[in-house]
Design a protein around this ligand. Sequence first.
Ligand SMILES: [Zn+2]
Length: 189
Amino acid sequence: MAFGEYILYKSQDTYSMNSCDTIEMFYNIRTDLDKLKYAMHITKIIQDVTNENENSYKILQLFLNTLYMISETDKDMDFILSIFKIKLLTFLGFKPRLEECTNCKEKENITHFSIKDNGVKCNNCATQDKGAISITPSTWIALKYITSAPSKKLFNFNLKDESLRELKLLSTVYFNEKLEKEYKIEELW
Ligand SMILES: [Zn+2]
């Protein structure tokens, strides 16, 4: 799990490596099993959503910034993972609709996030949406921040208790639903 620059030489069907330079080692991931577990989990997700010979520069930037946060900071790793998932979904074309209620266009009284309608809902409309997840105003603000902030500033905020729980829950459910796969963090042993 290191970031490097590789010079490849193409001959017919195969590539040979001419040289490689390591740019970032993410050293602490090697010394902490919890950090390793989360880093492996996001690496698996990245492998699933990218293809060889496709330009994935934005996703690479997000991947590197997320690995950096896991390696070099003490931030809650589920918080880092939730932000990573929501940002990745926006890059993959699943940006949630967050400016107004997805049903009636109301801009006030936003109280839920609807998985099936890909965005927020007001208190009235949420009563008709059984799968909608309840959100506090700070979770709503956090979602708007994550989907619009540049990758470098993506993790520059904190959330407390209830909002943190909501963000973790909705990012997990929304991510699995959109990618049609049950992503779980696996134990290493
Ligand atoms: Zn509504």
